[in-house]
Design a binder for this molecule. Structure first.
Ligand SMILES: [Zn+2]
Length: 185
């Protein structure tokens, strides 16, 4: 059975047994917080457990590295929507130690893409279209520095409601311990 087949089989039972009942909540976060964190698998349950976040408590946005690469990109828009339309009033960026985006370089990814059949001319096309593929696929050098950078972009954003606390933290993917990198007053 494929992974998706077993997920679908499990899902039928989940719904049938009404296991969803204990997760019932609304789309508005009870703790009024929007969190940007990393997609790392180790954080899937560890982060909410380590922060005492239950279903309905927070808006959680995830991407590779908790990075905001563009102040007007999708991640920043999600934060703004959470603040204006979904009753969040506080922001936390939570990177983590041992992040896969640390030291990530674009070259190996481009090489693998070419090996797996990407048309080499598409790189020229992207270059011609002004897409900086190298930059797009690049990670960061230091987790805490990346958190500070993301916090900075949010704090300076013209759409950020005045007096919105924006915090920056780093979590251990082993123990769940939080390190405060930037705390709003
Ligand atoms: Zn990560």
């Amino acid at each position: 059975m494929s992974v998706m087949d077993s997920i679908l089989a499990y899902n039928k039972q989940f719904v049938k047994n009404k296991e969803y009942e204990r997760y019932e909540t609304t789309k508005f976060p009870d703790k009024k917080m929007v969190i940007l964190t990393c997609m790392d698998t180790r954080l899937l349950e560890l982060l909410p457990r380590a922060m005492d976040l239950n279903n309905g408590d927070a808006k959680i946005i995830k991407n590779a590295g908790a990075i905001i690469s563009d102040p007007f990109g999708n991640t920043m828009r999600s934060i703004i929507v959470a603040l204006y339309e979904l009753q969040a009033d506080e922001v936390a960026v939570i990177g983590h130690y041992g992040c896969g985006m640390t030291g990530l370089k674009s070259e190996p990814i481009i090489e693998k893409a070419l090996e797996q059949g990407m048309d080499p001319s598409s790189l020229d096309d992207l270059n011609y279209a002004g897409v900086d593929v190298e930059k797009w696929l690049q990670g960061f050098e230091d987790v805490e520095e990346n958190v500070r950078n993301s916090v900075d972009i949010i704090r300076r954003h013209p759409f950020l409601p005045a007096n919105t606390p924006v915090h920056g933290l780093a979590i251990s993917p082993e123990t769940g311990e939080l390190t405060v990198v930037e705390k709003a007053e």
